[in-house]
Write a protein that binds this ligand. Structure first.
Ligand SMILES: [Zn+2]
Length: 298
């Protein structure tokens, strides 16, 4: 009976781990969003996916179940940490990733407990006299992973944007130096230096969930999914903003073209350009960079 229980636990843990890594390898929007926010997209996402694969395989092999469960519990404690910060609340949406993380974390802990003898044996083998090199290796790995985590935390707190608000609609006029302190590099490049992301590389050009798009620099509500349409241009395309005041316009003669620039109505961030080849009823196409918008699921 106990054996059957352990096997069910192993299979459930491994299958859900495989599901979360499937999300990572197929660039599920929630995964991409969370790794973009911590500045580890795409390598962090792929790396964690590979570790999840290793954990799932180790869990399914009886002799290494304990090690696999330890790895899975470590990975999921990291995931849960993000889900319990404001980051997770913004990203979660339907919270499926959160539920997966909780199930895998709890079942890994149970597996760890059931396989504690295996782990004790493993640890004593590693730390037995004469096996100093593997002990040193393990300690280094541990220190390295801790440094990486510390780095990420630093990255997150450095990038807290004090001008971002979903409720304050008052205009923002601050210097570019001040923006530089509050925006990450990619967002700053589009917002303040009028950069353009490469076509078909952004997060939202083929994104059609129902919800709201906000300015990534200030949180101002810009477009609704009802105002978005499928365009083959490679950038998110909208035919109307939420209100006429959500955005503003300026002439743009850069690169020898006469275009009309679209900016955020609250903070003047550059968003993209507007063209006259959109669908009815407005016949306009607001061609917007994914980097400068945030999606909020309805
Ligand atoms: Zn803005």
């Amino acid at each position: 009976m106990n054996k059957i229980f352990i096997w069910i636990l192993r299979i459930v843990t491994a299958v859900i781990l495989l599901q979360t890594l499937y999300f990572k390898f197929t660039a599920h929007p929630q995964s991409v969003e969370i790794f973009t926010r911590i500045g580890l997209e795409p390598y962090g996402r792929i790396g964690i996916g590979v570790l999840e694969l290793i954990a799932a395989v180790l869990i399914l092999i009886p002799a290494t179940s304990g090690a696999g469960a330890m790895l899975a519990a470590g990975l999921m404690s990291g995931a849960l940490f993000f889900h319990f910060t404001s980051l997770g609340i913004v990203v979660d949406g339907d919270s499926i990733l959160f539920i997966y993380a909780v199930i895998v974390f709890v079942s890994s802990l149970i597996l760890l407990f059931l396989h504690r003898n295996q782990l004790i044996a493993m640890i004593s083998r590693i730390f037995k006299p004469g096996n100093l090199s593997s002990a040193v290796l393990i300690i280094f790995t541990f220190l390295f992973s801790n440094c990486t985590t510390a780095q990420n935390n630093k990255y997150m707190s450095d990038n807290q944007n004090k001008y971002y608000s979903k409720t304050d609609t008052s205009k923002i006029t601050v210097s570019n130096d001040e923006w530089k302190k509050n925006l990450d590099e990619k967002v700053y490049n589009i917002a303040r230096e009028k950069g353009t992301e490469r076509a078909f590389t952004g997060q939202y050009w083929n994104h059609y969930e129902a919800g709201l798009y906000r300015c990534k620099a200030c949180g101002n509500a810009l477009f609704r999914s009802d105002g978005k349409f499928e365009s083959s241009c490679g950038w998110p395309s909208f035919f109307e903003p939420i209100t006429p005041q959500s955005v503003k316009y300026a002439e743009d003669k850069a690169y020898g073209m006469e275009r009309v620039e679209v900016m955020c109505g609250r903070c003047d961030a550059h968003l993209g350009h507007i063209f006259d080849d959109g669908p009815p009823p407005t016949y306009k196409r607001y061609c917007i960079n994914s980097v400068i918008i945030d999606f909020e699921k309805k």
